[in-house]
Design a protein around this ligand. Sequence first.
Ligand code: ADP
Ligand code: GLC
Length: 483
Amino acid sequence: MKILFVTPEIAPWVKTGGLGDVAAALPAALMRAGCDVRVLVPRYPALAAAFPDAQPLIRLPAFGGQLPASELFLAQAAGTPAFLLLDCPALFDRPGNPYLGPEGRDWLDNHLRFGLLSRVAARLAGNASPLDWRPDILHCNDWQTGLAPYYLRFYEPGGAASVMTIHNLAFQGVFAPQLLDDLALTGKDWHIDGVEYYGQMSFLKAGLRHADWITTVSPTYAREIQTEDGGMGLAGLLQSRAAQLSGILNGIDTEVWNPATDIHLPAHFDRAHLTGKAQCKRALQRELGLAERDDCPLFGVVSRLTHQKGLDLVAAIGDALVALPAQLAVLGGGDKTLEKAFAALAERHPGQVAVCIGFSEPLAHRIEAGADCFLMPSRFEPCGLNQMYSLAYGTPPLVRATGGLADTVTDCTAETLAAGSANGFVCGPATPEALIETLRRANAFWHDKPSWRALQKNGMARDFGWARPAERYLDLYRRLRPQ
Ligand code: ADP
Ligand code: GLC
């Protein structure tokens, strides 16, 4: 089985969220399951630097309109699938965030940048591919690759079957209709079954309409996106494709996220030996300037600071959290108002609240390990990886029952505890009142040490590795593979 996996980000080199993690781990798991996988990703500066010896493979011509000529480089790290690095310096040789300029606004040519990525993916998956390697499956991820199934169907027919995975329906790649030409598209493409979307053009819509199969990253989210509330304008289209839509829960990379071996931790632990976790808590308190106390729980947050994640609710109840008493460690960035609200909270409660604005992989690991309980009260969550990292790190997550959170976290009650399924706390509506009520419940429970241990161990027992999800993708690919 040959898979061309196309992605706009890949950990550890270029990552803004969970998609980067998935794009690194899923292709590797598919490779272990016996697939021949190549990962197509733009040659951003971080990837050019990571693979200085990448081999130039082929040159690709300009595609009509403004989609410029580009070149493919082949790179490979130990134990990873081959990477096809799409080189086009005018579009990708820019430092920092892959989508945003230094002012924090989308790059004005994002349609070209990801239009080119999609166009090249389709070319490599189609019958006219310049490579002698022909994939059976083109696996696309999120709006940045949404035009690929469309180009494949109408401009490169007869090649691979396409799968479009939704990691987050909130981002739809919507652009002005005037940009059609730039993408080597014409008036023929401008209709309700093409790229048109409420008078605009949407990359994701075109992909969802024309991919051979649609997946999303949890079974619950697969149902939610077919409802008016969760469909974000695409519910009708997704309902019409219900027979080709399924949810496959993400895994986590258990090499990178393993508390027994994690290179970022000052001490290690596992399900049978939890003492290292107490050392991680103490070290984290020291690192972040928190009071080194062990008489109250430390709540952790690692997140993009956006409306989706419900962290405005955490900021709103911050004072009440401190009064429990409890401590709070936050790592994140994004929404400026939220960043300020958290900074103000930390100023009001020195020693009890620590806030780090920014992106730090090592600190993310240390918070997962050092916190007692992880806060993730998302309004919606396609899958969520952090609650699974938390479960693996003996840090019961406190979440809302939505998307992948509902599929992974079981609320702690007398019954679920007796049944051995309790592994965290689930809060009701997305309100500060519901959140503080659930925090109080978690806090009280933390003081009951034997029960808390049971909760930790339940979470740590579950296998969240990628082997099982990779098998499910492989089953799907087998069904779709052109005969
Ligand atoms: P999403 O993709 O919606 O942001 P996920 O839970 O799927 O949510 O994945 C988020 C990933 O990004 C996790 O690996 C998390 O550790 C990481 N992450 C988010 N914000 C930060 C940050 N500020 N610093 C380090 N890692 C972060
Ligand atoms: C998205 C979602 C997140 C999911 C991740 C990886 O960014 O917001 O819930 O875990 O993609 O699929």
